[in-house]
Design a protein around this ligand. Structure first.
Ligand code: GLU
Length: 486
């Protein structure tokens, strides 16, 4: 639908986690799929818990994921401001309007009075809901209280009847209005409450569609009723089922919920995370698993989002990341691993020329061995660092075995005399040497592998030696001979 206006409205009271990332993504996909607008609104009215640090991190993570917004912080837009803390000017007049037309009323009940009546309700066999004492005040009494300066909150007067929400994901959900409290929309200090400001903002920003977690479902009938009382059309809602951890419990920080920023720092590709989050509750044909971002935009349909909770599977995400890394051309893969190598001090920032060519060759030789970009530091460390770190098990299993020193000495000799250090040349002379000595290639190669890489598993040995070059190869073999038993 052209003209869709969709928003993501995070509260900067914590980092963006998997669940929030998915909510942001689905809103973005809905907006991009329809050619509509994606709005970012920061719900920072909880000044005690909102911080600048969280706000910055959320914005950074959204950008990293590739979720750009058409209106909101940094980009502005015609319906701003996009921070709730700057929108007080909209809320006061809206509250006054509701009071004036009888949709809301002042409540002078004190906290103590409310608590006392709430405490009595169960004893009288009732659920507590606000008993509308202040709605029923005689006019003179209300005037008297107002004049006396008694603190007053403002309550929304929930109308009789039922409220139906035609949810894009859950289908038709009906709420009996008698179950709803006359909720407070402004506190005694005049500050508006969450359920109220969301409605005013959604209306003023012309929001047509809201995708959010089903933890907000109980707020929806209240928001729909307030929107109508304000003379507006409420947005169409879609409530996302929860994300569960592997043990079937709700995903939380303690149960495997990882901040989006953590994935960035540990070497996940934003495309892989986007891909994974898209499939966390949505499927295209149940078969295709790898989607380019623009393919997701093209194929995403909110109506196909599952009503069942989704299970977060970190292994699947890791697998997907691996597939994504594999699919990158070598030059791009090199660009992506660079920050991880510089971060570990394995190379200097801004490598160019021959050094860059060599790095690309290293990345090519490592091939499909990266599950995360960060794995590069482990896989390529021995190519780039000046010293090898010897794995003690590998030393014990290979270098400390009888004959290892002799094997290394033999290889040292033929490698010193190699006409060049191209992989094909090395393969030819090492194979010939193995044959001469009546050894299997494996037997011959394993000691040299441990000698130059520090361990028993590495990329192809001929490419590895070639990339290390003659000097490094020979000096490492010499060092390793100091670790043999001879
Ligand atoms: N600010 C709310 C939250 O972070 C979202 C509100 C909404 O989507 O309506 O949970």
């Amino acid at each position: 639908m052209e003209g869709m206006r969709v928003r993501f409205a995070p509260s900067p009271t914590g980092f963006l986690h998997v669940g929030g990332g998915r909510t942001a993504l689905y809103n973005w996909l809905l907006a991009r799929h329809s050619g509509g607008a994606f709005i970012l609104r920061i719900e920072d009215t909880d000044t005690a818990r909102s911080t600048q640090e969280y706000y910055q991190a959320i914005v950074e993570d959204l950008k990293w994921l590739g979720l750009d917004w058409d209106e909101g912080p940094e980009v502005g837009g015609p319906r701003g401001p996009y921070f709730q803390s700057e929108r007080a000017g909209s809320y006061g007049p809206a509250i006054e309007r509701l009071i004036a037309d009888g949709s809301a009323y002042r409540c002078f009940c004190t906290k103590e009075e409310l608590e006392e009546r709430r405490g009595r309700a169960p004893k009288e066999g009732r659920d507590w809901r606000y008993d509308r004492r202040c709605l029923e005040l005689a006019d003179e009494e209300r005037e008297r209280l107002l004049k006396s300066g008694a603190p007053a909150s403002v309550r929304f007067r929930v109308p009789d009847g039922a409220t139906v929400v035609d949810d894009l994901i859950l289908g038709r959900v009906e709420f009996d209005n008698s179950e709803l409290d006359d909720l407070v929309i402004a506190r005694t200090d005049g500050t508006p409450t969450y359920n109220f400001v969301v409605v005013v903002d959604d209306l003023e920003m012309g929001v047509t569609h809201v995708i959010r977690g089903s933890d907000h479902l109980s707020n929806t009938p209240k928001q729909v009723l307030i929107a109508r009382a304000l003379g507006g059309t409420p947005p169409t809602y879609g409530h996302l089922p929860l994300v569960l951890a592997q043990d079937g419990k709700v995903l939380s920080k303690r149960r495997g919920a990882v901040a989006i920023g953590e994935y960035r720092r540990s070497g996940y590709l934003p495309e892989a995370l986007m891909n994974y989050l898209a499939l966390l509750g949505w499927a295209y044909d149940g078969v295709q698993e790898i989607f380019q971002p623009d393919e997701l935009v093209e194929k995403f349909e909110v109506g196909k989002v599952s009503r069942k909770p989704a299970a977060f599977d970190p292994d699947k995400l890791l697998w997907m990341n691996e597939q994504w890394i594999k699919s990158l051309p070598v030059s791009e893969r090199t660009d992506r691993v660079l920050p991880f190598l510089t971060g570990e001090g394995l190379i200097e920032a801004g490598v160019a020329g021959e050094e860059r060519d060599r790095l690309e060759k290293i990345v090519e030789t490592i091939g499909d061995r990266l599950k995360t970009l960060n794995d590069i530091t482990d896989q390529a460390g021995f190519f780039l660092a000046s010293d090898v770190i010897y794995d003690s098990m590998s030393v014990k299993k290979v270098l400390a075995k009888p004959g290892a020193d002799e094997t290394l000495a033999g290889l040292q000799r033929i490698l010193e005399g190699a006409p060049d250090f191209e992989p094909e040349t090395l393969e030819r002379i090492i194979r010939a040497h193995a044959q001469e000595r009546g050894l299997s290639l494996g037997k011959l190669v394993q000691p040299v592998r441990v000698a130059v890489t520090g361990r028993t598993a590495s990329p192809g040995i001929f490419e590895t030696l070639s990339l290390l070059g003659r000097d490094k190869t020979l000096s490492r073999i010499e060092d390793a001979r100091g670790l043999t038993n001879e």
